[in-house]
Design a protein around this ligand. Structure first.
Ligand SMILES: Nc1ncnc2c1ncn2[C@@H]1O[C@H](COP(=O)(O)OP(=O)(O)OP(=O)(O)O)[C@@H](O)[C@H]1O
Ligand SMILES: [Mg+2]
Length: 258
């Protein structure tokens, strides 16, 4: 059974950055293979990893629904969907990446979605780790990808609004039809002086505790400006080092649920 890590949080907090660095940690330090899933319609995990994606799962779905595809003779629709997903898969030597693309429209066919979900579930089990990058919010998570998450990384900005959103996401995650074994709260782009007093007070009142603080990192910002892959930033980058130290404990031991 693979260990599934999912990203959640408000827009622009650093989910994709943390997803890409998590993939790097798994391949570089755990030396394991990983299945990356970009579930954000505004796909960007590929860019963070320095790869380009030409086709997404939503393109397959739309092709099937609009019957733009001619099913090859003797091939079932189910087999054809498998074959098409394999074509979408970006295969690198140490990780594979699948881009989900746009969410299904209102008139969408359950049959196609069920086949896609079934295939994705099966694919997920073929890797020791699965990392799912998501769009902001998390309502769509159970619909679009998996319903079993071992570790949810909630990424949050170091502001009062960020704290309020983190609380909301933590609460919402309990109401979704998802099995989430462990949940952790990461503050990203934290200034050198640490979290502001107001944020700390608010966190205490809300009964929230940050599990990890990641600082503001000029190398990461520079990488996103120049389009450099996060797999290529320095190995001793402070954000990567801090995240790796954290993941070392959380990906190997049972995660206590909050
Ligand atoms: N620790 C950091 N220090 C400095 N810049 C950062 C840090 N983490 C992320 N960034 C930058 O912040 C921007 C937003 O990051 P990212 O795309 O990872 O956020 P996101 O939560 O995935 O956004 P979205 O909700 O749009 O998908 C990027 O330009 C990224 O390089
Ligand atoms: Mg993102």
């Amino acid at each position: 059974m693979s260990f599934t890590i999912a990203l959640a949080g408000k827009g622009g907090t650093g989910k994709t950055t943390v997803a890409a660095l998590t993939i790097r940690y798994i391949i570089e330090q755990l030396e394991q293979s990983v299945f990356g899933v970009d579930a954000d319609p505004n796909a960007s995990l590929g860019t963070a990893l320095g790869v380009e994606c030409e086709k997404s799962v939503s393109d397959i779905r739309e092709d099937i629904i609009e019957k733009r595809l001619d099913f090859p003779a003797g091939m079932s629709k189910e087999r054809y969907i498998e074959y098409s997903i394999e074509e979408c898969l970006i295969e690198k030597s140490k990780y594979d990446l699948l881009v989900m693309g746009r969410p299904e429209g209102p008139g969408c066919y359950c049959y196609v979605n069920n086949l896609l979900r079934k295939y994705l579930d099966r694919m997920g089990t073929e890797y020791p780790f699965v990392v799912i990058d998501n769009e902001a919010g998390m309502e769509h998570l159970s619909r679009r990808t998996t319903n079993r998450v071992d570790l949810m990384l909630v990424v949050c900005e170091p502001t009062v609004i960020g704290t309020v959103t983190a609380k909301r996401i933590m609460k919402l995650s309990q109401q979704l039809p998802l099995s989430i074994k462990g949940k952790v709260l990461l503050f990203n782009r934290v200034p050198k002086e640490g979290l502001d007093k107001n944020i700390k007070e608010r966190m205490e009142r809300e009964d929230l505790k940050p599990d990890l603080l990641l600082g503001f990192d000029t190398e990461i910002l520079q990488a996103s400006s120049s389009g450099t892959s996060l797999l290529e930033i320095s190995r001793d980058n402070p954000t990567y080092t801090a995240l790796s130290g954290f993941l070392k404990n959380h990906l190997t031991v049972e995660v206590a649920s909050k």
